[in-house]
Each structure stands twice: as C-alpha cells, then as structure tokens.
Design a protein. Structure first.
Length: 96
C-alpha cells in the first residue's frame, strides 16, 4: 500500500488451532491458541518474535510457534512496540 496506509491480509495458523487472543506490536503480532500455544509473526529486528533460530531477529511472514513457551500453560499475551509478553498459568510473566 501507500506510505502511511495499511493493507489488511489474511493468514492462517499452520497448526489449524483455534485462536483465542491476538496482540499487536508496532510491526509484529502474537496469537494465543486454545491449547495455550503462542505464535508470532511480523518484524523481528529486536527479537520480539521470540523465535530461536540461526537468525533470531529475522522477520516472519507466517505465524511461527514460540517454541520456548511450548508445554507451558499460557493464558494471556501482550505486545509492545518492540517486545512481547506472555503470562503462564496466571502467575509467571515471560518477556522478550
């Protein structure tokens, strides 16, 4: 789109899980699924996607599982301009 305007797009979770919450940062988004999994996508220049890889700051166009949270009961998510947060079981805050 033109500078200063956004063009909406549709994306799908590859895992085909029901999304129960979405959080949006300046240029990245998080999705919380019904089973407590967290997916992230968008700009990752500051590590806000929480994806460990050879290049953890790489941008992702498709929702990608935040593996470090796998197996934890995530109940809430939030995203800031260049950071992300997840609440585990109502008492533990994870931030990246």
């Amino acid at each position: 789109g033109k500078k200063g305007k956004s063009t909406p797009w549709i994306t799908a979770l590859r895992a085909k899980r029901a999304a129960v919450s979405v959080a949006c940062g300046a240029a990245h988004s998080l999705v919380l699924t019904a089973d407590g999994s967290v997916y992230s996508f968008g700009a990752g220049a500051r590590g806000q996607l929480g994806i460990k890889s050879v290049k953890p700051t790489i941008d992702r166009g498709d929702p990608t599982l935040v593996v470090v949270l796998q197996g934890k009961l995530i109940t809430q998510i939030a995203a800031g301009a260049e950071h992300s947060l997840a609440v585990e079981d109502g008492s533990i805050l994870h931030g990246w």
